[in-house]
Design a protein around this ligand. Sequence first.
Ligand SMILES: NC(=O)c1ccc[n+]([C@@H]2O[C@H](COP(=O)([O-])OP(=O)(O)OC[C@H]3O[C@@H](n4cnc5c(N)ncnc54)[C@H](OP(=O)(O)O)[C@@H]3O)[C@@H](O)[C@H]2O)c1
Length: 462
Amino acid sequence: MNNKFIIVIFGGLGDLAQNKLYPVIYSLYKKYRLLNCTKIISTGRRPNVDKEEFLKILEKSIKTHDDSFFSLFDFVKFDLEKEEEYNHLKNMLSNFKEEEFIFYLATPPTTFETIIKNLGEFLKSFPNKRKIVIEKPFGYNLYSAQKLNQLIKIYFKEEEVYRIDHFLGKETVQNIFGLRFSNIIFEGIWNRNFIDHIQISALEDIGVEGRLGYYDKVGALRDMIQNHLIQILSIVAMEPPCCINEKEIRDEKIKVLKSIREIKREDVPLYAVRGQYEGYLIDENLSQSNTETYAAVKLFIENLRWDGVPFYLRTGKKLKRKETSIIIVFKKIPGLFSKILDCMPQEDIIGFKIAPENKIILSFQLRPLGGSMLSCPVSTSMEWTGPNIEAYETLFMDIIEGDQSLFIRKDEIEKSWEIVQPILDFWKDDPNIPIYPQGSWGPKEAEELIRRDGREWRYIDG
Ligand SMILES: NC(=O)c1ccc[n+]([C@@H]2O[C@H](COP(=O)([O-])OP(=O)(O)OC[C@H]3O[C@@H](n4cnc5c(N)ncnc54)[C@H](OP(=O)(O)O)[C@@H]3O)[C@@H](O)[C@H]2O)c1
């Protein structure tokens, strides 16, 4: 980017800002990617924090003292919910005549509307180019997401809006694109003729970790599946775009979302299960809660490439192990080698592991040394060596450069809410939530969901 710009961070004292944004901004600074950045303005409301105190927080966040980096920063104290308090920020910004403004909303979603409205109003008198970055969760349901989009549209053009889904900044997720579209051997088999089903999982061994206020209102389906896992699904399933640009990539992703079979309210139990880990109420000091800490959903994409191939998406807390993965399970080989065996062949698999580490595995069948016949399962893997770029760094660079490919467009966000809305509605009226033991793989209902189809949940590391 050749133009000068400034960054304004709302929620500059929050967890995201301290643990992700400042370290990432510092990393970009050290790589000389912020040479055109004239100023970074952080905002916060805590009464005991002034600029001096803020710089101490910043130092702790980037784990070093760097005066020249610190000199880029200003700190403004104000309550984002109070209209009259935006004036100070407005005055500060009026000193920057040619800079593009990048506004980063690292605040709770309850503040998004007020910030957008106030910013939008005072920016009317500014000729500067602008971008607005909006964190997840974008909306609480379809209706609120549509409402937020309508508000944004009043003040910002779609090409100025960056809806973040940090999973899209992850190296392995982007490598799905690389593997699929740069290798002829994979493209030929990436369809219903060869693939039996696909599993996309985000499993955690930890609980809510201090985010109860947010999590108990939201639950696993909204927190992980509506956004991250459905986004991954769209990349796994999309057609190759005609060229590599943000419009074409996002056009292909939305086609996938539009092809997902609608789940009728009365059919929800056939397609989705939820659960709450045993002890959630005690851990979180709650007298009652129907919030799911586990959710699994089966989706079908009704198009030529995927018709009949189930996509199983699941996520949960306090499970046996952390694993974020995408597992492509191929159909069983028919004929001879399925009958004459040295050992049981399994389905061939391509697995993308996103966390805890980045790797791609390929499992297939091979004659064992000294064996008589094909085939025993073997697997080979490719792990990333070298610097692993933090997802937020990739996304921050894209924001600066104005590349929206890895950000969610208005129609995508609304469509993904539409997909999960019947499930949310059904669960809202159902008081019975299955309980699963901590340290397990989730509720038995989730096992049944996939077992009914003659399949089982897969894990990259066995
Ligand atoms: N943390 C993560 O790793 C993560 C990951 C993905 C997405 N996100 C999203 O990022 C956003 C921020 O998350 P977070 O974890 O950083 O939350 P957080 O720790 O609660 O930080 C939010 C910040 O916003 C400030 N704030 C809230 N209301 C305000 C108001 N009226 N006026 C001024 N400041 C106000 C808070 O100020 P006080 O300090 O005074 O309360 C706090 O510093 C959320 O939308 C979240 O869903 C976070």
